[in-house]
Design a protein around this ligand. Structure first.
Ligand SMILES: Nc1ncnc2c1ncn2[C@@H]1O[C@H](COP(=O)(O)OP(=O)(O)OP(=O)(O)O)[C@@H](O)[C@H]1O
Length: 269
């Protein structure tokens, strides 16, 4: 989209306006496969948005577009007033430089289905490494904060353990602490509990509930309907690259308006 003319829209979100994420007509294709077909979505600061939908509907791709892991083909995404991937200047869009992209990515934490921890590093090193590598703070300060974050996710006694010595639920909690170490404005969760044994799901959801209570803005791709109902401020149901319906999670779950939402909920409930 470099050099594309910017349409002068009213109501473009600015930093501190209360809108953390706005997506407008986001399109994404892989070759001839159109995966996102015009996604519109807004998440206000401090809200938890739960993204539901069948396999292949484009949920992960959408999260990856927010976090620069994929590049959109058309549309716009703002995070806290920053246009993702682009800068507007003289009525045109210009692609951000690598450093600017890195800065945007640092403000967004992402937790994946698989924890992707470094197996040869201790839990503490796994968390300290990113902020130190990025030159954000001295190692001693980063270690103190990492230890406090591990305490927060209930792993204060596992600092010196290696990932292989932990359960899946504990590893996922380390991954959450690692994402928080960058002090993100926004947390994206891509099916954070779907690789876990059922008895470990609750401990990860509890950490996420705690984050939500503290006012973290979160977009959560999940099939945990109970979590969406209890914690979600909004529920967005996606199918085949479009938002089919969205609203208050309790209302959508109790009274889905669209047949596709009804069919999906009937399967997962
Ligand atoms: N890098 C890629 N290259 C080609 N196709 C891709 C790529 N990433 C995703 N896709 C395709 O895009 C479609 C949507 O995938 P995506 O992972 O976003 O769906 P999803 O809703 O998150 O599904 P799931 O719940 O199974 O994770 C799928 O058909 C997938 O095969």
């Amino acid at each position: 989209m470099t050099g594309a003319t910017v349409s002068t829209q009213s109501g473009v979100p600015t930093a501190g306006s209360g809108v953390m994420v706005r997506a407008e007509q986001v399109h994404k294709s892989f070759g001839s496969l159109e995966v996102l077909k015009g996604i519109d979505l807004e998440v206000r600061s401090g809200e938890v948005c739960c993204l539901l939908g069948p396999s292949g509907s484009g949920k992960s791709t959408f999260l990856r577009c927010i976090n620069h892991l994929e590049k959109i083909n058309a549309g716009r995404i703002w995070v806290d007033g920053d246009l993702i991937g682009y800068r507007e200047h003289g009525g045109k869009l210009h692609e951000l430089r690598e450093k600017e992209v890195a800065a945007q990515r640092r403000s967004i934490g992402m937790v994946f289905q698989r924890f992707n921890l470094f197996p040869h590093m201790t839990v503490l090193q796994n968390i300290v490494e990113a902020p130190v590598l990025l030159g954000r703070e001295k190692k001693s300060a980063a270690r103190d904060r990492a230890a406090a974050l591990l305490e927060r996710v209930g792993l204060g006694d596992k600092l010196r353990s290696y990932p292989g010595q932990l359960s899946g639920g504990q590893q996922q909690r380390v991954a959450i602490a690692r994402a928080l170490a960058m002090q993100p404005k926004l947390m994206l969760f891509d099916e954070p509990t779907s690789a876990l044994d059922p008895e470990l799901v609750g401990e990860v959801l509890d950490v996420m509930k705690d984050l939500a209570r503290d006012g973290m803005t979160m977009i959560v791709v999940t099939h945990e309907i109970g979590f969406a109902r209890e914690v979600g401020d909004s529920l967005v149901f996606m199918d085949d690259g479009v938002v089919v319906e969205s609203g208050n999670p309790r209302e959508v779950i109790a009274n889905p308006r669209h047949e596709r939402t009804k069919a999906f909920l009937a399967k997962v409930l």
